[in-house]
Write a protein that binds this ligand. Structure first.
Ligand code: SF4
Length: 297
């Protein structure tokens, strides 16, 4: 989308940037309830973008932690796109809290597959290995479906946690790096085969297609502009990954989470500026960034 065209500088917003379908749905659900109710609770931060969270908070969205569930009797509670482990559903039931479930359909399917794999591994004496970040809410949700047979590995140095002599079903957190997943899968395969040539490994690359497809599009966008302003919340793992993708292609890439972080000097002599963002970056924020650049130059 071409938003502004100045005499010397063309500013373009990446039309592939912005909310993924899972985040869009969660925000839509929150907005629908906030239209009718003065306050509405969400378990954990709905998305990793401070600006959009500020907008939702102004509209009455209250972020609560799991420990607060017993205090929400009779109230509604939104579960975000990352999903929750079964024990959180149990806790809401015990405390008469109504769940408004915005678990992304991709994550929901992954939870189901992890659960089936755990049932199989229980019979075969194996393990369910999740390639992901141990403290990421999606991973914590997935671990809740592993019947205690789950192992989280974040990098090759964690492979010692996996018993290579037993069967393994390998999955990935939906926002991890594709190449890293393939390397981990290869390393597990090699180590298992060394222990036992008839080893039983099934690996499933469960990285979200929305995340995978964005990388080639983003590389193209980054290569077509002299300077890239990448807008994302600092806590977003998807944002960090996509920012690094941009930076690899275009060293003139700057990470910002709000318009005040921009510096007029970045734009001196530039003719083409691209604005992109993470899956959790709202389009309205990228438009504000474009306006701020216009004001700075
Ligand atoms: S990145 Fe993919 S899996 Fe994650 S919330 Fe968005 S659509 Fe769902």
């Amino acid at each position: 989308m071409l938003l502004l065209s100045l005499h010397f500088m063309k500013i373009t917003i990446d039309k592939a940037a912005g909310f993924c379908p899972g985040v869009k749905l969660a925000i839509k659900k929150a907005d629908q309830f906030l239209e009718k109710e003065a306050e509405f609770h969400c378990l954990g931060s709905l998305l990793h973008n401070e600006m959009e969270m500020g907008r939702l908070s102004d509209d009455g969205l209250k972020i609560v932690e799991k420990e607060t569930i017993p205090l929400l009797e009779g109230k509604k509670l939104l579960f975000r796109a990352h999903g929750e482990p079964p024990e959180t559903y149990d806790l809401t039931k015990e405390n008469d809290v109504e769940v408004i479930d915005a678990t992304c359909s991709v994550v929901r399917k992954l939870q189901k597959d992890v659960k089936s794999a755990a049932e199989e591994m229980e019979k075969l004496g194996g393990q369910v290995v999740i390639f992901g970040k141990p403290q990421h809410p999606e991973v914590m949700g997935l671990m809740g479906h592993t019947k205690g047979l789950g192992v989280v590995i974040r990098a090759a140095q964690d492979l010692a946690k996996v018993d290579m002599s037993r069967p393994v079903r390998l999955f990935s957190q939906t926002t991890m790096d594709d190449i890293s997943f393939e390397l981990i899968a290869k390393a597990i395969k090699e180590q298992m085969e060394r222990k036992n040539p008839a080893s039983d490994l099934e690996s499933y690359n469960t990285i979200c297609k929305h995340v995978l497809n964005r990388v080639p599009l983003l590389k193209k966008f980054a290569s077509e502009h002299e300077l890239i302003i990448f807008v994302s919340g600092r806590e977003s793992s998807n944002g960090k990954k996509l920012f690094n993708t941009c930076l690899e292609v275009n060293p003139g890439t700057h990470f910002i989470s709000e318009t005040s972080e921009m510096n007029a000097e970045w734009f001196a002599g530039m003719e083409t500026v691209g604005i992109s963002g993470a899956a959790s970056t709202p389009q309205w924020l990228m438009k504000e960034v474009a306006k701020k650049i216009e004001a700075l130059t």
